[in-house]
Design a protein. Structure first.
Lengths: 224, 424
């Protein structure tokens, strides 16, 4: 197994985990792409030759970073020799997994974190509370009832208005279009009553009651 | 719209006072319109009248002064129909003035005919001693006025009754004192007309004794100027608490009681000087003309107020107000009498007397004088008040009566109350 190139060994490593290799999707030769369940995996492999090239590690990390937003798990595969000089905290803080290998074995040293947990907070879709749903239904019902009531009031008002415009007031004989001619009065001297504003000398006048009984519960004059 | 709502707009009051005619609908508020209760008959032979013939037979209202001609004409052509509170049955000119005033009053408040207006409910007020024929003639006047559809129903009520209504007291005695006479009228929800007492004495008699006082003081040339005499009466006349005490005080300190009057805009100045005590005679004479001091005036030609019969009523000449009130109240049931004494209401210009601050105690107002007269008769538990608005209280009463009395309360000739329907 160790005689196989590292790319083949990593391929078999992920296939053994149940992952399926994706066809090449624009990645370079040192990259592999897999699907594992709902997760998508991008694996970038650094060889012993790569680590002596100063910019190769940086290029590998930038390459993986270019997949942010599209994939969920990123891996860097590097020789165990390099593991001693890498700070694992940097990989963890960015959610990138690290797989170290030597001639005999391949070991996942740092597990990758799902990309969305580190880069952005997705809006959660809360399950609606049944109590709230019930209250909403009640409010909706009340609103509908109010609309119907308002509509009835509007219809009745229109009907009354139409009747009042068309009917005679019928005082004794009834005269169409009965309206009172407005006449000015000194407003400060008025007393508000059920019959409208009256002069102030009407206020608390007991004769209003006495005279209104004339011809009804009649008490005959004392004399004359 | 209810009937009450109609009456709250179209109730019309008319008060035929001896000097003024107060009229207007309920919508006037507190103050009706006021014009002189008089009419002028223009000279139809004049060139102006023949050329234009624009003037009516009789002129009433604000235009009267525009037609006045020489003062010689005034006696014959300027008619005050109710100078004495009564209009003669056959005095056609006076009734023409009354008719013209009614039409003038109604036409002063025109109303569109197509807005539900069916005519005013008119309440007219006459002197309480008006005989039945005055009611008949006045109601006829309104029947004539209804040709233009201005009157829906009409009624006539006595002035003291209207005063009681306007004052808001249902059991009381109203004393109405005008220019020509005075009426004492007990009221207990109705005017008790059989207990009424009329006096042939009013503001005109106070003018008469003022005129005599001016003659005695050397102002004989002014004593016949009626308007001036009236002004002098109003300015220097005082009502004494007790006449003899007042005269004694005034003679002791004449400067304190000195009576002076200067007619505005003229050179006329009246100063009673040492005779200033006579100013108390003016007020006393109104309330009690029986003091012996007045005999000297009668003996020198001043007419003594005599008992006269007008219509069915005897107007007492020399009865003082105390006796008049007692005589009136004692014609009512005994259990009602204390209630009547408890509310005595004074109305009319003849009760408007001033009390100078410096002379308080010696000089009193009309209610105090009435109380004093009643105390002399042994009546002590009394309350005497002036009406809040002496000039307008009758009109206020007319408006309340017209508003409150039901439409179906029909006119009754026996009790002289109710609505006489003219339309509707």
């Amino acid at each position: 197994m160790a005689s196989l190139p590292i790319e083949q060994r990593i391929l078999h490593y992920f296939l053994a985990m149940g992952a399926q290799q994706n066809p090449s999707s624009g990645t370079n030769d040192s990259s592999l792409s897999f699907t594992l369940g709902n997760d998508k995996l991008i694996v970038n492999i650094l060889t012993a030759k790569d680590i002596v090239q100063r910019n190769r590690i940086l290029e590998a990390l930038l390459h993986l970073a270019s997949f942010r937003g599209a994939l969920t798990q990123l891996y860097v595969v590097a020789p165990r020799l390099l593991g001693a000089s890498l700070d694992s905290q940097i990989f963890r803080s960015h959610g990138i997994g690290l797989i170290l290998f030597d001639e005999r074995r391949i070991e996942e040293t740092i597990k990758p974190q799902p990309f969305f947990q580190h880069t952005q907070s997705q809006p959660t879709i809360a399950t609606p509370d049944p109590t709230v749903l019930s209250e909403l239904a009640t409010l909706k019902s009340m609103y509908s009832q109010m609309e119907r009531t308002l509509e009835n009031i509007r219809a009745e008002f229109t009907s009354i208005k139409r009747d009042s415009e068309g009917k005679a007031p019928d005082l004794e004989r009834g005269t169409p279009g009965f309206t009172f001619e407005p006449v000015m009065r000194p407003p400060s001297l008025l007393v508000e009553t059920a019959e409208g504003p009256l002069p102030s000398f009407f206020a608390n006048n007991p004769w209003l009651d006495v005279l209104s009984r004339r011809g009804r519960s009649e008490v005959a004059p004392l004399a004359g | 719209m209810s009937i009450d709502n109609y009456r709250s707009h179209y109730t019309f009051g008319m008060d035929f006072g001896t000097s003024d005619f107060k009229f207007g609908p309920i919508t006037c508020g507190e103050n009706p319109r006021v014009v002189n209760n008089r009419g002028y008959f223009p000279d139809k032979r004049s060139a102006v009248y023949r050329a234009f013939e624009t003037a009516a037979d009789v002129i009433v209202g604000d235009e009267v002064p525009l037609y006045l001609q020489s003062s010689e004409d005034l006696t014959a052509r300027l008619v005050y129909p109710m100078r004495n509170g009564m209009v003669g049955k056959t005095d056609d000119n006076a009734w023409r003035v009354v008719s013209a005033l009614c039409e003038f009053g109604l036409n002063s408040y025109p109303t569109k005919q197509n807005n539900g207006f069916q005519g005013y409910n008119v309440v007219a007020s006459l002197s309480s001693v008006s005989p039945r024929y005055m009611y008949e003639r006045l109601l006829d006047v309104f029947k004539q006025a209804n040709r233009s559809g201005m009157v829906r129903a009409v009624t006539v009520i006595p002035q003291p009754f209207a005063v009681a209504i306007g004052h808001g007291v249902t059991t009381c005695v109203v004393i109405e004192s005008g220019h020509g006479n005075s009426q004492v009228c007990p009221i207990s929800k109705y005017p008790i007309s059989s207990a009424q007492v009329a006096l042939n004495r009013g503001g005109g008699d106070a003018n008469a004794i003022t005129s005599e006082i001016l003659k005695d003081a050397g102002y004989g040339d002014l004593a016949n100027e009626e308007s001036l005499v009236r002004k002098v009466k109003e300015q220097i006349g005082l009502v004494p608490q007790d006449l003899e005490t007042a005269i004694t005080e005034a003679k002791r300190t004449p400067r304190k009681f000195r009576a002076k009057y200067k007619a505005p805009g003229t050179r006329v100045e009246i100063d009673l000087e040492k005779d200033s005590w006579t100013r108390f005679l003016i007020g006393e004479y109104v309330f009690n003309p029986n003091h012996e001091i007045f005999e000297s005036y009668f003996s020198r030609g001043m007419p003594r107020p005599r008992d006269v019969k007008m219509g069915d009523t005897v107007f007492r000449g020399m009865l003082d107000f105390g006796d008049a009130i007692v005589a009136s109240v004692e014609r009512c049931p005994v259990e009602l009498q204390p209630l009547l004494y408890r509310e005595i209401i004074l109305s009319g210009g003849n009760f408007s007397w001033k009390v100078p601050e410096t002379l308080e105690g010696i000089v009193v107002d009309a209610p105090t004088k009435i109380k004093s007269l009643l105390r002399q008769k042994g009546i002590k538990n009394v309350s005497v008040k002036m009406t809040a608005s002496p000039q307008l209280s009758v009109w206020h009463g007319c408006i309340i009566y017209g508003f409150a009395v039901p439409d179906d309360y029909e006119w009754d000739w026996q009790r002289l109350e109710g609505w006489m329907k003219l339309s509707g």
